[in-house]
Write a protein of this length. Structure first.
Length: 523
């Protein structure tokens, strides 16, 4: 195998070192986005080599060691001759590359490559350093294995998708370069690599593990953080659009309950609304005693969602740094131990929890849209248009939001409770972590669109209060929206406006205001 050539690793890229067990959420966000150079820290090499030496000793000794000189799964009792060990690993990869469906997106594949490399670099998997370097070379050259999204039950790890990843190292199957599918052999040349032959244990080490599930969940976590931040901003904008009260965000209310997410989020609402001319205009002689829950209870609902997001982040960062293949090689004692670290239950449960948060963020935003378009509740023109009747305004945009919120309710059903035995009942309880994490992408897209519609509606509402202005911070958000989408004066083709706002939310430009409370911005 040749080392990656210099032309695929531009010097201007930020360098990230893979130090065993030390990946952070902030670093993983960068890795998912691409444009960085990921290298293996030399301090990991002694442990990697020691575990490889232990595997070689097991091979030379000849005693049965699962996946090293035996078959796999139900075939674990079948002994494999010494001269067939390399073929065993090759056959494993080819037979397990049975994925189907659309290909995983680029960000997920980038994360998968680095997460697998990081896991192997812990020094418990018995692989050669060159194998880890090859995974990173693919990442650095942005040569991304074509990995079908469907076909894993989350135990024994993400076998099928990781088999497709491994095929690329062998020069088989396809990869994507700049979004174009090419033969894996061509991709290897682009990365400065030659096709690899897998030594004893290496195929199994590559296929066992939760890296695909974890990558999908991490990508969804980062999307959820951006959507959460945008929803807090749009929620504050909706408060002013509906001439709601900021009293429910008072620090004393939050402190007597004590929920940390609620306390933190309420502080953000106070900061966002501080100095609003609209708020000052109705501090006196306002007959309303209390606002609807979708305005008043934002700290309680969004704070609870933030607590869930933080809990999910804590689980996923552990998993991102974990060793999750099987068997594991303990070089200090020379033992090769079979266990179950490949079981994706932690990821599955974390993904199910994140699904609840994503659904609730969208559900609350949909209710605020419904409030804003209802003149009896908001005091704004019906459906947020100057001449309702001849114009339908935001009527159907709300219907879209309602449809997406409803879809999310179905998608939020837990995946982890659905175990289906495989491998002739040898693998009799599985996690479904891959689907649990994969469905989060669709949910995030749904909620992102709901929040985008609310952003348009709340901005429209602010326009009707002119010449009064919202707070300085929200005025900058208002200006960013109006730079992209004009005031809705009369009915027009509205779908492009919603798409533009969805892209705006996805860009993370609204995240900075809330970033101090988000896990991946602080760890």
């Amino acid at each position: 195998m040749r080392r990656a050539s210099a032309h695929c690793c531009p010097v201007m890229k930020t360098e990230i070192r893979v130090v065993a067990g030390k990946l952070s959420l902030r670093t993983l966000r960068q890795i998912a986005s691409g444009g960085v150079l990921v290298v293996l820290d030399s301090a990991t090499l002694p442990a990697i080599r020691a575990s490889r030496d232990a595997v070689q000793k097991a091979v030379d000794h000849g005693a049965p060691a699962y996946g090293i000189n035996t078959g796999f799964g139900k075939l674990a009792k079948t002994h494999i001759a010494y001269d067939q060990l390399e073929r065993l690993q090759t056959n494993l990869v080819r037979s397990h590359a049975v994925g189907t469906g659309p290909l995983l997106d680029d960000a997920t594949v980038r994360l998968t490559l680095v997460l697998k490399a990081a896991s192997l670099a812990r020094g418990y998997s018995g692989v050669r350093p060159e194998l880890i370097e090859a995974l990173l070379a693919l990442y650095n050259a942005d040569v991304l294995p074509s990995i079908p999204a469907k076909g894993s039950v989350g135990a024994s790890g993400d076998l099928a998708p990781l088999a497709h990843m491994t095929l690329a190292l062998m020069g088989e199957g396809e990869v994507r370069i700049d979004g174009t599918a090419v033969a894996a052999s061509e991709g290897l040349r682009r990365a400065g690599l030659s096709p690899m032959s897998l030594a004893a244990k290496e195929g199994l080490a590559l296929l066992n593990g939760t890296q695909v599930s974890t990558a999908l969940a991490l990508k969804a976590l980062f999307e959820a953080e951006d959507i959460f931040a945008a929803a807090v901003v749009t929620g504050a904008l909706s408060v002013d659009a509906a001439k709601g009260s900021d009293a429910p965000f008072d620090v004393r209310i939050q402190e007597v309950r004590g929920q940390p997410g609620q306390i933190d989020v309420a502080g953000k609402y106070r900061a966002l609304l501080a100095g609003s001319e609209i708020r000052r205009s109705h501090l006196v002689n306002d007959e309303r005693v209390q606002d609807p829950y979708s305005l008043r209870c934002q700290p309680q609902v969004m704070g609870a969602c933030l607590d869930l997001i933080r809990n999910v982040a804590a689980t996923l960062i552990i998993e991102a740094n974990a060793v999750t293949d099987n068997p594991l090689v303990f070089a200090d004692s020379g033992e090769v131990l079979s266990g179950g670290n490949f079981h994706g239950e932690p990821v599955a449960l974390a993904a199910d929890v994140l699904a609840l948060a994503i659904a609730e963020i969208g559900s609350l935003a949909e209710r605020r849209i419904a409030l804003l378009i209802d003149a009896t509740l908001s005091g704004l023109p019906q459906f947020l248009v100057p001449e309702p009747g001849i114009n339908s305004g935001f009527m159907m945009a709300h219907v879209t939001a309602a449809a997406l919120a409803s879809e999310n309710k179905s998608l939020a059903h837990p995946a982890s409770v659905d175990s289906l035995p495989t491998s002739a009942n040898q693998e009799d309880h599985v996690s479904m972590s891959t689907f649990a994490a994969r469905r989060l992408g669709e949910m995030a897209e749904n909620t992102r669109t709901i929040v985008a519609i609310e952003l348009l509606a709340a901005t429209q509402g602010i326009d009707f209060h002119a010449p009064l202005k919202t707070s300085e911070k929200l005025q900058s958000v208002y200006a960013a929206v109006r730079d992209r989408v004009a005031f809705y004066a009369e009915d027009r083709y509205f779908a492009p406006d919603i798409a533009a706002m969805s892209d705006f939310v996805a860009s993370g430009k609204l995240t900075e205001e809330i970033s101090a409370v988000l896990p991946s911005w602080n760890g």
